[in-house]
Design a binder for this molecule. Sequence first.
Ligand code: MG
Length: 203
Amino acid sequence: MKIICIGRNYLSHIREFKNKIPEKPVFFLKPETALLLKKQPFFYPDFSSDIHYELELVLKICKLGKNISARFAHKYYNEIATGIDFTARDIQQECIEKGLPWEISKSFDGAAAVGNFVNKDVLLKNEGISFSLKLNDNVVQVGNSLDMVFPFDHIVSYVSQFFTLKIGDLIFTGTPSGVGPVKVNDVLESYLENEKNLKVLIK
Ligand code: MG
């Protein structure tokens, strides 16, 4: 199983980091060991002092595919959850400044928290999928899938040109604005269309 993550996919988040709107999806991978096991806390790693949350919609791949056309991409994912792309922002910044890959800032153990998967047909309505994140009971991020630069089907199609998608693979589809730091004892709770979807305690 692999975890594919799209970066810079919401204008509001692109603006908050003063990045350019990408012409093609920007993506990176997290290994299977990055998955935070259900009900486990996120342990703040020693190597960073600036861990950020990034709330994202996550697609679960349900069909083996390669070179998938955008027209048929919807057949390749059947469930959606929210997930947190934990990021060591200090390490990422250092990597970007040195022109190095930022894998270590995103792919460490526990850096991918994923909530309960919901059938996509229940979620996909005309108004898109809304999602939000609370940090210690305060809403810090609000998003809607309609605001993505590259929508789900485009992402699945694009990524499958490079990687064969396998059943169970996950795709993180980017974060809206409002990302920020966490500290020990914080509680993160995400909502998918107003239903609680994921809870993570920072330890
Ligand atoms: Mg992200």
